[in-house]
Write a protein that binds this ligand. Structure first.
Ligand code: ADP
Ligand code: ZN
Length: 347
């Protein structure tokens, strides 16, 4: 089993990556605390697929379990559902020693994590991500959040899990569109780190699933270890994300995040060729890879529309925005750019 240790200022935790990782959740839970209860939060798509297996496994390890099922989809990541989860934890009489277990994609992980971070001022939290996007991105790093009417992820907390169990077998039931969603984010890791991820994607995702997931988590691990709360280095994880967030917003969130990230990665690589001396062949290599996985290399919105929609990005400040550019594949950096010049980068 692949095991990555994530060291942060607020503690160290393990990420287990392997087919079958879900079957060690109960025994692992025994090693990370002394509570007797576990609340499993999942959604109505994941519930019929994997709940029984996880629930039985945790019960067998001696825990009393409680299950809360959310309707699937981003619209559940709201304040109302969040409060319902808190009330459910209180009704189930979980105390400070007990744990919340997120079984699902990024939506479940984000809202369950925020509930765990705030219930009784914070109780134990375990992530069992079931989508490619949450395995490679949101389950590691400690960001938890819910959406507000004004925008996505506007209320949240940094709250590290006690461990993350990534069972790549769960991807067998994931719809193709959700695999693509995760591949967009993996493309970003390929640009940030170069090397292995890129070669494995070129060889074929299906042949290297667990290795690609592990290598992607490892890139994220290195970055969040160095910068847990996004004061500097962690910004590079935003490669491709500024135009992606703009396009998501312009589409009324009908476009999926990872697919927009794929287009954003390509847009920012072409900008890097013009503005940061990135070799054109690097941009072409990523564009070819995007096409191989039927991911877009550009947006349906004009550079002006994308720039205008980025002005209210929560990462912009005082007329400037931090953009991430690539010197070449494997070497990215963050640069402060005036909002007035943004359109130039999105051409
Ligand atoms: P993300 O991880 O992309 O943020 P979500 O939490 O919204 O996304 O999950 C995307 C969709 O995939 C949801 O409808 C969810 O119920 C469904 N889903 C999650 N994991 C699986 C799985 N392993 N198999 C099938 N469907 C899944
Ligand atoms: Zn992302």
């Amino acid at each position: 089993m692949g095991v990555l240790k994530v060291k942060t200022a607020s503690g160290e935790y393990e990420v287990l990556i392997e087919k079958g990782a879900a079957d060690v959740v109960g025994s692992r839970l025994r090693t990370v605390g002394d509570g007797g209860k576990a609340a499993i939060i999942t959604d109505d798509n994941v519930m019929p697929l994997y709940l029984d297996r996880i629930n039985e496994n945790i019960k067998k390890a001696g825990f009393e379990t409680y299950v809360y099922v959310l309707p699937h989809g981003e619209s559940s990541k709201n304040g109302c559902e969040y409060l319902k989860i808190l009330e459910f934890l209180a009704q189930s009489e979980l105390d400070r020693h007990d744990n919340v277990i997120a079984l699902g994609g990024g939506v479940v992980g984000d809202i369950a994590g925020y509930a765990a971070a705030t219930y009784l001022r914070g109780i134990g939290f375990i992530q069992i991500p079931t989508t490619l996007l949450s395995m490679t991105d949101s389950s590691v790093g400690g960001k938890t959040a819910i959406d507000l009417k004004a925008g996505k992820n506007l209320a949240g907390a940094f709250w590290q899990p006690k461990f993350v169990a990534i069972d790549t077998d769960f991807l067998k039931t994931l719809p193709e569109s959700e695999i693509k969603n995760g591949l967009g984010e993996i493309l970003k890791y390929a640009v940030i780190s170069g090397g292995g991820i890129l070669r494995m994607l070129e060889d074929g995702f299906g042949k290297h699933v667990s290795e690609i997931v592990e290598a992607s988590v490892n890139v994220k691990r290195r970055i969040v270890e160095a910068d847990e709360k996004e004061s500097g280095l962690r910004r590079i994880l935003n490669f491709g994300h500024t135009p992606a967030h703009a396009a998501e917003k312009l589409s009324g969130y009908s476009l999926s995040h990872g697919v927009c990230v794929a287009a954003g990665v390509n847009v920012m690589l072409r900008a890097s060729v013009r503005k940061a001396g990135c070799p054109a062949c690097d941009a072409e290599r990523i564009a070819a890879l995007s096409r191989k996985y039927a991911l877009p290399v550009s947006f349906a919105y004009s550079p002006g529309e994308l720039a205008a929609a980025s002005v209210n990005d929560k990462k912009s400040q005082g007329g400037f925005i931090n953009l991430v550019l690539a010197e070449k594949i494997g070497s990215v950096f963050s640069e402060k750019v005036p909002l007035t010049e943004l359109e130039e980068y999105f051409r």
